[in-house]
Design a protein around this ligand. Structure first.
Ligand SMILES: [Zn+2]
Length: 425
């Protein structure tokens, strides 16, 4: 079976020009003694906005791997797919993020709930889970309620999994199940029921994306209660380890943190908790690379800077339409955005100062950053004009893409705490 490695980073590349620069950050991790596997992810929504096909992600990844002589594994993730959207991803992808968040709460057939309860008497008990201080007491009613909420979503995940497996073959790809785009975080008993149901459906799940407390806004830092986040994170890690043993799920099963780029204030907690549990982690990033493209353009010279300003002006004009698909994952104070006329007068240093994610920098402007994060459609509409400028400014762009991934993401998350001597899996 194709196995996901312990540490992996999802890298998004809106315009399929930064795969080499992204892979260079993983090479730097390897030189620093840590294997961090790149997974190129692009969701159906991003493909639709840019007007690209999943095969382009595979081509860019394969090209980067050949060019840089990368000999470790790498993957191409069909991010947030469902039964309606998966087909064009089946050829080029070997990692599938099955998104069933929208099916949470749909009632499963009563007979299926009864079956599940009958098959899992161990779930109705006082549960002691290694790594969680207090026991959980569940009743037949509480487990039935959880199963009623999640069983249909798991059955849907199984339908999608089998659809892919019938076409690619079992074991030929990595399966993730995501439930992050929903209202409330899953409790430990909920996650345990979900994993028991996934095992019963024989989905060989290797990464799971639960919902966490707090705001995971695109391109900016985490906003929320760090203590509560840490409790949920450790609870999830404990339940995953327990479910691997109890239900024979793949040893490689680990957490996947979505919208994970730029969440600097939780990397310490993730790094410490995964080291404590001897667990791996998958961090998904996407738009952070596109913002480094803009920074690299602005730094490269007058032509690049002019184009970067044009992207801002058009994003500002079309803010409402651009923000709409991302409404639940951005918080922009529109009245605080500088006008395009103001930005027109900015120097390169002022543009990059506002955009670069350095919270210690007084010029950093998270409203500008979030608006530009959702503004990639503007660049997509520029077509060849944008792509030609990417190639012209390649040196300064790739330098920014690599250092952003390595210094702001890989170092604090994967290099800060060493794992216990005996690694799992
Ligand atoms: Zn997600």
């Amino acid at each position: 079976m194709m196995k996901i490695e312990k540490y992996s980073i999802g890298v998004g590349d809106r315009f399929a020009h930064q795969a080499r620069a992204q892979l260079r950050a993983c090479l730097m991790a390897a030189e620093a003694g840590r294997e961090v596997i790149p997974v190129w992810n692009k969701s159906n929504r991003e493909h639709n906005i840019v007007g690209s096909e999943p095969a382009s992600v595979r081509a860019a990844a394969d090209d980067a791997v050949r060019a840089l002589g990368w000999t470790k594994p790498y993957h191409v993730d069909a991010d947030h797919i469902n039964l309606d959207t998966v087909d064009r991803f089946i050829g080029p992808s070997d990692f599938f993020t099955i998104d069933v968040a929208h099916f949470i709460g749909r009632p499963a057939a009563q007979a299926a709930v009864e079956d599940f309860l009958a098959g899992h008497p161990e779930l109705i008990a006082t549960l002691m889970i290694a790594g969680i201080d207090r026991p959980f007491t569940t009743t037949r009613e509480s487990v039935a309620q959880i199963a009623g909420k999640y069983l249909y979503a798991v059955q849907e995940a199984a339908r999608i999994y089998r659809h892919i497996a019938d076409r690619k073959g079992e074991g030929a790809f990595i399966t993730e199940v995501s439930m992050d785009e929903t209202d409330s975080p899953q409790t430990p008993p909920e996650l345990l029921v979900i994993l028991a149901a996934i095992a019963q459906e024989k989905i060989p799940i290797q990464t799971i994306a639960p919902k966490f407390t707090g705001r995971f806004n695109k391109g900016v830092d985490y906003v929320g209660d760090l203590k509560q986040f840490t409790i949920e994170l450790e609870g999830d890690l404990a339940v995953i380890a327990h479910a691997i043993r109890q239900y024979g799920l793949p040893e490689s099963l680990k957490l996947s943190v979505h919208s994970g780029s730029d969440k600097f204030s939780i990397y310490g907690a993730i790094s410490r908790a995964t080291a404590k549990f001897g667990a791996g982690v998958h961090l998904k990033t996407a738009g952070t690379t596109w913002l480094e493209e803009l920074i690299g353009l602005a730094e490269a010279g007058p032509g690049g800077l002019a184009l970067a300003k044009e992207v801002y002006a058009k994003a500002y004009e079309n803010a409402q339409a651009l923000c709409e698909p991302y409404a639940s994952v951005i918080d922009i104070a529109f009245e605080k955005l500088p006008s395009p006329a103001q930005v027109q007068n900015w120097t390169a240093a002022e543009y990059t100062g506002a955009l670069r994610h350095d919270q210690a920098c007084r010029q950093f402007d998270q409203n500008v950053r979030q608006l530009l994060h959702v503004g990639f459609k503007v660049a997509a509409k520029m077509g060849d004009r944008y792509l030609r400028m990417l190639e012209e400014c390649e040196e300064s762009i790739s330098r920014n893409v690599t250092s952003n991934l390595f210094a702001r993401h890989i170092e604090p998350l994967f290099l800060a705490h060493s794992a216990p001597a005996i690694a799992r899996g």
